[in-house]
Design a protein around this ligand. Structure first.
Ligand code: G1P
Length: 291
């Protein structure tokens, strides 16, 4: 685990209703649905902790009690498991690495977009650079996506966004950048637009759900006007930030699953099952049988 003492706090917006996953998301928050045996949200939390994050700030809503329960210690369950000799499972219930982390829960009363969600964390961020992880994006790579961004932050002290190339038909789903000077996979961002049409898009390079942001972003989040849907977009605040500070992007190395869609969720489940030594052969055989 790295301890760079640079980025200590991460914001994870989880207040959304998860309507694409109804009825599953009626009583269980979408972020708590499992990819194999672990809630989707835990993958992002583990990625943050692995990068040296010490405080996780969930922007949530009061309905999502199970998120708080999941990241709290459950001593009763741990004791029962230990008493029945299942010590390995006890570690799964109360992972050692969570015991050192401070989890915060901020209720977002109205859901007015990603920018609005991040604004709710301003007081807890205390004017430090911080990470944003959108848990719908599950990354699988040798070096975590956040650690790849940290490498650039260490060199530049500028805000850094995770980037990837997308197909024309998907451009309208993302923030899209206008690339400036490029050094390998590191790109200086000249401009950024939220969810443009393919015809107006400045490139085919989209922003995915990992960011490192300097706290100056809060000033611009506050002056960002709502979009046509009444939402405050982080992308629009980054566009304002670009007028005063450099912002970089990194075309991440690895694989991303968009678990905000059913297709991506199923893809992640199959792909991670095929990477799991205990499941791999069985799953391969099942897939062969199906076809
Ligand atoms: C958000 C951001 C968008 C970004 C995307 C990455 O959109 O607004 O700029 O490209 O996350 O997943 P959302 O997916 O919340 O619509």
């Amino acid at each position: 685990m790295r301890d760079l003492k640079l980025i200590k706090k991460a914001v994870l917006p989880v207040a959304g209703l998860g309507t694409r996953f109804l009825p599953a998301s009626k009583a269980v928050p979408k972020e708590m649905l499992p990819i194999i045996d672990k809630p989707l949200l835990q993958y992002a939390v583990e990625e943050a902790i692995e990068s040296g994050i010490k405080e996780i700030i969930f922007i949530t809503n009061p309905e999502k009690i199970s998120i708080k329960k999941h990241f709290e210690n459950n001593h009763g369950m741990e004791t029962k498991l230990i008493n029945s000799g299942k010590t390995d499972l006890a570690q799964k219930v109360n992972p050692y690495q969570f015991s050192k982390i401070k989890f915060h829960y901020i209720n977002q009363d109205e859901q007015n977009g990603l920018g609005h969600a991040i604004l709710q964390a301003e007081r807890l961020i205390e004017n430090q650079p911080f990470a944003v992880l959108l848990p719908d994006d599950l990354f699988h790579s040798k070096k975590s996506c956040l650690n790849q961004l940290l490498d650039i932050y260490i060199k530049t002290k500028a805000s850094v966004l995770a980037l990837n190339k997308v197909d024309e038909i998907d451009i309208h789903k993302y923030g899209v950048i206008k690339p400036g000077a490029t050094d390998g996979n590191t790109i200086k961002i000249d401009d950024i637009v939220e969810k443009p049409n393919f015809e107006n898009a400045p490139s085919d390079i989209a922003v995915s759900g990992r960011y490192i942001l300097n706290p100056t972003i809060f000033k611009y989040l506050k002056s960002t006007k709502s979009d046509l849907n009444g939402e405050i977009q982080l992308t629009d605040a980054i566009k304002l930030l670009l007028e005063v500070e450099e912002v970089y992007g990194k075309v991440y190395e690895g694989q991303k699953f968009d678990c905000g869609s059913k297709k991506g969720f199923v893809h992640a489940t199959i792909a991670l099952a095929l990477k799991d030594e205990t499941l791999k052969e069985d799953i391969k055989n099942i897939i062969k049988d199906i076809f």
